[in-house]
Write a protein that binds this ligand. Structure first.
Ligand code: ADP
Ligand code: MG
Length: 666
């Protein structure tokens, strides 16, 4: 090792040559020493490594050749050192090294030699790595900074004193009128409140809390921001910033504008609430309506029931009153006659007279009872008693029977007949009852046509039904009358009516499993239609034959009641018989005696004006034993009365029974 010829007085600073040598090699610098002639006199290993000059010992190399791989000119630095600038500034110079480009901080310093000449010290510090790190760092910082600026949230960094050290672009726009430089100024401008409206103290601010070491997450605040200081809702996150020793150095606060989001959420919430409310209201309304409908229906049903009950009771009352009235009408003369009978018990003529009156009154009562009975007995017929009946034939019969009475019943007017009778209008039932029903309809039609009109009779058949219509061009019925016409004792005819005709029709039709309909218009006319189930057609011939094959009889009919007499006469004549009539005992006896040949049949009423029917029957029985004798009475037939007559008919006489008995079929 050669002694350095440079002018450093190492001995003066207490460093021996050997120790100096060691230091010279140990420092992390490339060092070269040049003498006054600018010739290299000493250099360490790092210099050799840097420059690639390996010649040892260095061969008095000129300073200008000592840095062959420097990529910049060093002359200015060397000149400056030669001029004596000892505090030379470091200049960064790139060197081409075998491992690549290195950046070296170079210093050329003047040295004063003992000889008084000037030497130069070179020191080179390799700063490549440090520089690289610095570059990487600044790139990262630049990246972070652009991220910091680009995020749409307001980001602010505060130091421990609460001063704003950084604000991103968004944060700068929060208060365009004046930038808050501290947390306190920000707080004053923001005037923050919690969502429930409570204003926030400074120390409660999320940033203040972060500066005390708290991590604040998702705090929602209302603040005043923007040029107009409008209220805004922000969501705040704030974090303390620590240094490498865990000491708080500041805080970073990020605020997000959630005004729109909050408004939307609120609107949504409101919408949901309104929908729920609406739903609630709609469903309760629907429930209410349903309940109302139910209640109304109940009310209506109850009302209907009450009305029906009222009507039933009214009908029952009417029926009872009607029966009472008729019974009283029958009882009054009976009681009067019974009283007179007792008073005149000694007088046989008077006794007979009162007895006859009593019998007549009772008959009237019985007739009413029978008619009401036909209304009341609506249960279907017993099969044994039914026969096939042709309604067209029955219609013919009723027309024939009643025709003589038409003009009188229609109060003198002319009645035209329109008949439209179908073939095979067969029903199963009792001919007498059906005839009775039809008779009532015809009588009503005639009553309605005072002054004349047209009477229509029509039968129709369908696959399953047989219909019978009686039509008139009379006064017609009001709706109220039409509704009540079938009620027993309902009449608009005052004393002239009984109110039992249609009630009877109703009962009879019901018993025949049918129904009745009324079509009527006041002032135009009325059609009453009876509808029955159709009977099987095999019986058609049977019946017509039976009806038509009856033997014609010579009949004497004794009856003092003109209606009844005329009716029975018409009925018997319609069946092909020859009928004479008498109104009393005397007449009848005279006719019986005159007759030649004798009558085949005698039909007599019991209560006659001039005597009892029983007297007539015994008289006839004695004289003409083979004569068929029939008694018509309103009384219950006496036990053993059959001895006096061949048949007994109860009033009101059933037409079928009368015809059958007279024909000898009973
Ligand atoms: P009555 O004939 O004794 O009054 P009905 O029972 O036969 O009793 O009839 C009841 C009521 O029906 C009659 O009083 C009348 O008002 C009405 N009526 C029946 N048939 C007719 C008809 N063809 N035209 C108009 N009204 C009628
Ligand atoms: Mg009538």
């Amino acid at each position: 090792m050669t002694q350095p010829s440079v002018g450093l007085d190492f001995a003066r600073i207490g460093i021996s040559g050997v120790r100096l040598e060691a230091l010279f090699e140990a420092v992390p610098l490339a060092i070269a020493v040049f003498d006054g002639d600018l010739r290299l006199v000493n250099a360490n290993a790092r210099y050799r490594e840097l420059t690639g000059i390996t010649a040892a010992p260095p061969t008095r190399l000129s300073i200008y050749d000592a840095f062959p791989n420097a990529l910049a000119d060093l002359t200015d630095q060397i000149d400056a050192a030669l001029r004596g600038a000892t505090l030379a500034t470091a200049v960064r110079i790139p060197f081409q090294h075998r491992a690549g480009r290195r950046l070296i901080e170079t210093i050329f310093a003047a040295l004063t030699e003992e000889s008084g000449g000037r030497g130069i010290l070179f020191a080179g510090n390799d700063v490549s790595e440090r520089e690289e790190l610095r570059e990487t760092l600044s790139r990262s910082v630049a990246q972070l900074e652009s991220i910091f600026d680009v995020i749409p949230d307001s980001v602010r960094v505060f130091d421990t004193e609460g001063r704003t050290v950084r604000s991103n672009t968004q944060a700068l726009q929060d208060h365009p009128a004046g930038q808050p430089s501290t947390l306190r100024e920000l707080w004053q401008l923001d005037r923050p409140r919690t969502v429930d409206g409570t204003s926030l103290f400074m120390h409660e601010h999320p940033t203040a809390r972060a500066l005390r070491g708290e991590r604040v997450r998702g705090e929602t605040l209302a603040v005043r921001r923007g040029a107009d200081g409008l209220q805004m809702i922000i969501e705040v996150n704030s974090n303390p910033l620590y240094d490498e020793h865990g000491k708080i150095r500041g805080a970073v606060t990020v605020e997000r504008d959630v005004t729109v989001k909050t408004q939307l959420a609120k609107a949504l919430e409101e919408e949901a609430r309104r929908t729920a409310e609406l739903y609630e209201r709609v469903s309760t309304e629907a429930e209410r309506l349903e309940r109302m409908v139910q209640e109304r229906t109940q009310e209506l049903l109850a009302l209907q029931e009450a009305r029906a009950r009222e009507r039933r009771l009214a009908a029952v009352g009417q029926l009872a009153a009607g029966v009472m009235h008729d019974v009283n009408n029958a009882l009054n003369p009976i009681m009067a006659a019974a009283y007179l009978l007792e008073a005149n018990a000694e007088n046989p003529t008077a006794v007979r007279d009162y007895a006859v009156r009593i019998a007549k009154a009772a008959e009237t009562g019985a007739a009413t009872a029978a008619r009401v009975g036909r209304f009341i007995r609506q249960e279907p017929l017993q099969a044994e008693r039914e026969e096939p009946v042709d309604l067209s034939v029955v219609s013919d019969e009723v027309v024939a029977m009643t025709r003589p009475l038409w003009a009188e019943r229609a109060r003198g007017g002319t009645v035209h007949l329109e008949c439209d009778l179908a073939q095979g209008a067969m029903v199963r039932g009792i001919a007498g009852e059906l005839r009775e029903a039809l008779l009532n309809l015809v009588q009503n039609a005639l009553d309605a046509m005072a002054g004349g009109g047209t009477l229509g009779m029509r039968t129709m058949t369908t696959d399953s039904e047989v219909k019978l219509e009686v039509r008139d061009t009379g006064i017609g019925m009001s709706a109220e009358v039409r509704d009540r016409a079938f009620e027993p004792f309902f009449t608009t005819k005052g004393k002239a009516g009984t109110g039992l005709g249609l009630a009877e029709v109703y009962g009879i039709v019901k018993r025949h499993r049918g129904y009745a309909e009324i079509e009527s218009m006041p002032g135009v006319g009325t059609t009453i239609r009876l509808v029955f189930p159709k009977s099987s057609p095999q019986h058609v011939t049977d019946v017509t034959n039976t009806v038509r094959s009856r033997v014609a009889r010579r009949v004497l009919l004794v009856e003092d009641h003109p209606d009844s007499r005329e009716f029975m006469q018409a009925l018997l004549e319609s069946d092909g018989h020859q009928v004479d009539t008498a109104i009393g005992l005397t007449d009848a006896m005279a006719l019986l005696e005159q007759a030649d040949p004798a009558y085949d049949v005698l039909v007599t009423d019991i209560g006659l004006a001039d005597g009892s029917g029983w007297d007539l029957t015994s008289f006839a029985r004695e004289r003409w034993p083979s004569m068929r004798i029939g008694i018509v009475t309103g009384w219950e037939p006496r036990v053993g009365a059959g001895a006096d007559g061949d048949f007994i008919l109860r009033k009101p006489v059933r037409t079928s029974e009368l015809l059958a008995q007279v024909a000898g079929e009973g």
